[in-house]
Design a protein around this ligand. Structure first.
Ligand code: MN
Ligand code: MN
Length: 460
């Protein structure tokens, strides 16, 4: 630092446009096209796993199962029940040096069908839903919706269902009250006016035929049977979800942003996956984990709290002649989840100096949690410094952030579940506007800086 250069004393946040230049921005726009195809093909965790496996196999990764051998140079994946995926590549250095891990989730807020969903009211046929994850219920009304998921028959046969995505498919819909009759409704609080049991999906209105006892419900059941060979009882062993119908779209006259369903957290999952494949790191052992159930607390066999993560790391450690405890102690994990972007329309809930800003690069969150940092793993200053060095040497544009004003709320990611296994972990991900809305918004340059960050991390 020269004696008169006081600017170097100060930290100033800059956008990717200012710092990285046009060549990177062009690449970001190009990368966004591939990401949007992934987003459209991956509206549920099952679809995201299937799409990720397809991409991984095309890059030379092959399926692996517990007990099978592995050696340096192997590119493997473990598919946990079709809803949780681990990609790993065995490096040449001793496994006790640890593993470079990224962890993103592939489930998103949505409306799940109940196990007895079909009912009729005043000759209209509906499906009952139970919402999944944190949603603002009114956002899901009066818009075209699609049905995605599986029905598993008693025989074990799995029937895949997607209705509402093709141009000529029918869509589904939740009705809303006309403003002309909303005089009482508009005086209610949001939580009184919009309740979970009213999120019923309109799916039919024409009776099967006009004989006695024939109804719109029978038309719907008949359609499901004719098209998929399923009965009403089969819906009890099903995982069917209602999501917004349609594709991700460029947003803005400059096409600098993407409007789409499920950015949280596929805008981190896709960069983790593609960076892992493209880095093709030879020295370090690397791993990309795509988990389910983050939006409901990371519980269950396919969530980040499942023992599967540790089982797999320990199996790799033993197979490569290492000590599982040492491997975990020396591993590093980037928990790649979304951050809340400062929104000028709701500026009062953010703390501007520490909020993530759109277009300012990948966002690093040292801690999450609520109020007094409750429920956070809080990454160490040493780890922050290590990641800083890694990103700066690679020329990645990054920013630090926290969720919003200290007392106003909070949230968590999978970071603490990885950290609880004695793996140094920090959150690094893409900032999102309108998080958890049916259509969320990200900046293409932030997405691409996440990709560049994960790429640098795997190789550093
Ligand atoms: Mn998330
Ligand atoms: Mn979320």
């Amino acid at each position: 630092m020269s004696e008169n250069n006081y600017d170097a004393l100060r930290y100033k946040k800059k956008t990717v446009y200012e710092k990285a230049g046009d060549e990177i921005v062009e690449k970001a726009y190009d990368y966004a096209k591939r990401y949007m195809r992934f987003l459209d093909a991956s509206k549920t965790e099952r679809e995201a796993v299937a799409e990720s496996v397809r991409i991984a196999e095309a890059a030379g990764y092959r399926a692996w199962n517990f007990g099978q051998p592995m050696q340096a140079g192997d590119k493997l994946y473990y598919n946990n029940r079709g809803k949780n995926l681990f990609l790993f590549r065995i490096g040449t250095e001793p496994i006790d040096c640890g593993i470079r891990i990224t962890g993103a989730h592939i489930d998103s807020p949505r409306l799940d069908l109940k196990q007895n969903p079909v009912f009729e009211d005043h000759d209209l046929c509906y499906l009952k839903t139970h919402y999944y994850g944190g949603i603002r219920k009114y956002q899901w009304l009066a818009m075209p919706l699609a049905l995605h998921g599986v029905v598993v028959k008693e025989s074990g046969e799995v029937v895949n269902i997607v209705i509402g995505e093709n141009e000529d498919d029918p869509v589904m819909y939740i009705t809303d009250l006309l403003p002309h009759l909303a005089q009482n409704e508009v005086t209610k609080t949001v939580s009184q006016a919009f309740v979970g049991e009213k999120l019923n999906i309109l799916v039919g209105s024409r009776p099967l035929d006009c004989d006695e006892n024939n109804s719109a419900k029978l038309t719907v059941l008949n359609y499901l049977h004719k098209t998929y060979g399923i009965t009403e009882e089969d819906l009890q062993s099903a995982e069917l979800s209602i999501v917004p119908a349609g594709r991700a779209r460029d947003l803005g006259f400059d096409r600098s942003m993407i409007c789409g369903y499920g950015h949280d957290d596929r805008c981190c999952a896709y960069p983790s996956l593609t960076a892992m494949i493209d880095a093709d790191e030879k020295l370090h052992t690397t791993m990309c984990t795509l988990v389910d159930k983050e939006e409901t607390g990371s519980d269950g066999v396919t969530g980040a709290q499942s023992s599967i993560t540790v089982d797999l790391i320990d199996e790799i450690a033993r197979a490569m002649g290492g000590n599982p405890a040492t491997v975990r102690a020396n591993s590093k994990c980037l928990s790649s989840d979304v951050a809340a972007i400062f929104d000028p329309a709701f500026s009062d809930v953010f703390e501007e100096r520490n909020a993530a800003l759109l277009g300012c690069g990948v966002a690093m969150c040292k801690f999450t949690g609520a109020r007094g940092k409750s429920g956070t793993s809080d990454a160490s200053a040493e780890l922050v410094a290590w990641v800083r060095r890694c990103l700066n040497e690679a020329g990645v544009v990054w920013q630090t952030c926290e969720l919003g004003k200290v007392d106003l709320g909070g949230g968590g990611t999978i970071a603490k579940y990885m950290a609880n296994q004695n793996i140094d972990t920090i959150d690094l991900g893409v900032g999102v506007l309108s998080m958890h809305a049916p259509y969320e918004v990200i900046a293409k340059v932030d997405l691409y800086e996440a990709y560049r960050a994960f790429h640098a991390f795997y190789r550093f």
